[in-house]
Design a protein around this ligand. Structure first.
Ligand code: SAM
Length: 237
């Protein structure tokens, strides 16, 4: 274990994970990186502003989100070239996981800059490890496409995969997803991981049909990770 870490290095891009709900989940290293960096590149500067304020950090920000990624990546590369130490954060969790980040990381590496991960929360890991489904082998899908035909095809393509399948889904489409899972994977064990690290965190487990019943009875709000037992698990445990 290293305790006396060096100061941040000039010309480095730091990918800083932030809490997915519970602010206690910020790491000491994330706080130090946010304090010591020259600028924070944030998916939503207002939201990150609130996080920084909560931890008593005042730092200039640069917006970096899906629709300005290309332009902003260039600016970040220029700044790295001037020796700036840049912290990249998304709205929640790990940047680059179903969140912006990948493009600037690729460009920074191609341009010969150092990229460091400041690991921390991610809904993927939080959900998988507490789901009770095998974590030895898993396949992270992130969000399925929105178009019905494409969604169905994506699910069918995953049918032979032996590891646990992990999806992100919006609360508005969870019921729809369960209907699709009922068609494509009626026998599989499914876990809904809701509101992870927050006050109303819960794990719901069952077949797609059983979960559909539960979801219909309550109007479920919040954020969800949906996990599906892999083909090897086959019938429900
Ligand atoms: N980069 C993030 C990460 O590392 O987890 C994910 C960002 S993605 C845009 C947002 C999705 O992650 C949500 O729609 C939901 O599926 C999942 N998610 C994020 N926070 C969550 C939480 N507290 N509980 C359950 N799912 C969560």
């Amino acid at each position: 274990m290293e305790h006396n870490l060096p100061e941040l290095r000039p010309g480095t891009l730091y990918l800083v994970a932030t809490p997915i709900g519970n602010l206690e989940d910020i790491t000491l290293r994330a706080l130090r990186t946010l304090k010591q960096c020259d600028i924070v590149a944030a998916e939503d500067t207002r939201r990150t502003g609130q996080l920084l304020k909560h931890f008593g950090i005042s730092k200039p920000q640069l917006s970096y989100f899906r629709f300005n990624e290309a332009r902003r990546s260039e600016e970040i590369i220029e700044r790295l070239g001037r020796g700036e130490r840049i912290a990249l954060v998304s709205d929640a969790g790990s940047p680059g996981i179903s969140d912006p980040g990948e493009r600037v990381v690729k460009q920074a590496i191609a341009a010969g800059f150092r990229v460091e991960s400041v690991p921390g929360p991610s809904a993927l890991v939080a959900a998988l490890t507490a789901s009770g489904l095998p974590a030895m082998e898993f396949h992270f899908i992130g969000f399925l496409p929105h178009k019905p035909g494409q969604r169905r095809k994506s699910l069918e393509r995953l049918g032979t995969f032996t590891g646990t399948l992990v999806l992100y889904e919006s609360p508005y489409r969870v019921e729809k997803l369960l209907l699709e899972l009922k068609e494509v994977f009626p026998e599989r064990q499914v876990v809904l991981a809701r509101e992870l690290t927050k006050k109303f965190e819960e794990f719901m487990r069952g077949s797609p049909a059983e979960l559909l019943e539960q979801v219909k009875k309550r109007s479920l709000k919040g954020e969800f990770v949906v996990l599906i037992a892999g083909a090897a698990e086959g019938a429900r445990a």
